[in-house]
Design a protein around this ligand. Structure first.
Ligand code: AMP
Ligand code: FE
Ligand code: FE
Ligand code: ZN
Length: 297
C-alpha cells in the first residue's frame, strides 16, 4: 500500500465523510458499492469506520482508485467508560501496525463471546435461538446487535429493527451486553500507538447528561484522545450547537461523518451533512496517511 502524505489541504475536493459502515461490519453495502455511492454523492475524502474491524480496507482501496476517491484509514472501536458503551473513532493510523492488528483480533474475539452471551440472554427472555440466524445476516462474520435485530424481524418476533432495539437490544435491555468491551483508555492507546488520532463518535447519542459528557471528553483528552465528531447523520440542530460550542471553548479538533449504514435510512445518507460552522479545528487537515487515488495512466 502506498501512502501519500497530504501537503496541501486544497487536495481534498468535495464533501468530507469520515464515518460509515459496509457489510464488513453492520452496513448493508459491500465496500465496492459504498465507495461508488460516495463518489456519486460527491464525497472527495472518505473514511470507512467499521465496528472493530479493518476487513474492508483492501477492497475499499481498490474501489477508491477506480472511482477517484481519497481514503483515510478509519475504525470505530467499542469500549466502556463508567458503565456506558462509548464508540471511539480512530483515524490516520498505520493499518499494518501490530498494535492495531492485535486490537482488532481482540475485539473480534470479544464480539464472538458477546454474541453467544446476547443469544443466551435473549433465550432467557423467552425468544427463540437467534445466533444462527444472526450469523446468516452478518454473512458469517461475527454478528452485532443489528444482525440480531434483523434475525428477530425475519422470525416475526418484532415488527422492525427499531422495535427490536426498543424491546430487547437497546440500552439496559437483556441483549445489551457491555461486559466484553475494553476500557476507554485501552482503545485510545491502541489508536495512538498505531500512529492515529482518536475522536469520540456521535457524542450526543449516549444516554448521558451534558455534565457527564463533559467529564467523558475530559477523561478522553487526559488519556490521549484528540477531539469529537461534531456532525453526525440525523443530529438535531440543538445537539450540533452544543457540540460546536464545546469544541470552540475547549479548542477541540473535530471530525464529521454521516454514520451511513444503509441506503434509504431516514438519516445518515452518505456525504449528506449540514455545513460545518466556522471557528473549528478540522482534524482531517492534519492527516498524514490520506491515500490519494492511484490512477493507471
Ligand atoms: P453493536 O456494535 O453490535 O453493539 O451494534 C451497535 C450498532 O447498532 C450501532 O452502530 C447502530 O448501527 C445500531 N443501533 C444502535 N441503536 C439502534 C437503534 N435504536 N435502532 C437501530 N439500530 C441501532
Ligand atoms: Fe453500526
Ligand atoms: Fe457508533
Ligand atoms: Zn458508526
Amino acid at each position: 500500500m502506498e501512502v501519500v502524505s497530504l501537503q496541501v489541504p486544497a487536495l481534498i475536493q468535495g464533501q468530507v465523510d469520515l464515518h460509515c459502515h459496509t457489510t464488513a461490519s453492520d452496513g448493508t453495502l459491500a465496500p465496492e458499492a459504498l465507495v461508488a455511492r460516495a463518489h456519486e454523492r460527491g464525497v472527495g475524502l472518505l473514511s470507512i469506520t467499521e465496528h472493530d474491524t479493518l476487513a474492508s480496507w483492501s477492497e475499499a482501496c481498490a474501489a477508491a482508485d477506480h472511482w477517484g476517491v481519497a481514503l483515510v484509514p478509519g475504525i470505530e472501536l467499542s469500549c466502556q467508560w463508567r458503565g456506558a458503551t462509548v464508540h471511539v473513532l480512530g483515524y490516520d493510523f498505520d493499518v499494518m501496525s501490530p498494535v492495531i492488528q492485535a486490537a482488532v483480533a481482540r475485539q473480534q474475539d470479544n464480539r464472538w463471546q458477546r454474541a453467544h452471551e446476547i443469544a443466551a440472554r435473549l433465550q432467557k427472555a423467552r425468544l427463540p435461538e437467534l445466533l444462527e440466524a444472526a450469523c446468516r445476516h452478518s454473512g458469517g462474520d461475527v454478528p452485532g446487535r443489528p444482525h440480531f435485530a434483523r434475525a428477530m424481524v425475519e422470525m416475526g418476533v418484532v415488527s422492525s429493527e427499531a422495535a427490536a432495539f426498543r424491546s430487547y437490544l437497546g440500552n439496559g435491555k437483556p441483549g445489551d451486553v457491555k461486559a466484553f468491551w475494553p476500557s476507554l483508555e485501552e482503545v485510545v492507546a491502541w489508536i495512538v500507538e498505531s500512529g492515529g488520532v482518536a475522536m469520540i463518535a456521535h457524542p450526543r447519542k449516549y444516554d448521558m447528561t451534558a455534565t457527564r459528557l463533559r467529564e467523558l471528553i475530559a477523561a478522553f483528552r487526559a488519556c490521549g484522545g484528540a477531539g469529537i465528531e461534531v456532525l453526525t447523520g440525523g443530529q438535531s440542530v440543538g445537539d450540533t450547537g452544543f457540540l460546536v460550542e464545546l469544541a470552540r471553548r475547549w479548542a477541540l479538533p473535530v471530525t464529521i461523518g454521516s454514520d451511513f449504514h444503509t441506503p434509504g435510512q431516514a438519516w445518515g445518507e452518505l456525504g449528506r451533512l449540514p455545513p460545518l460552522p466556522e471557528g473549528l479545528h478540522q482534524a482531517w487537515l492534519q492527516f498524514q496517511r490520506i491515500r490519494h487515488p492511484q490512477r493507471a495512466s
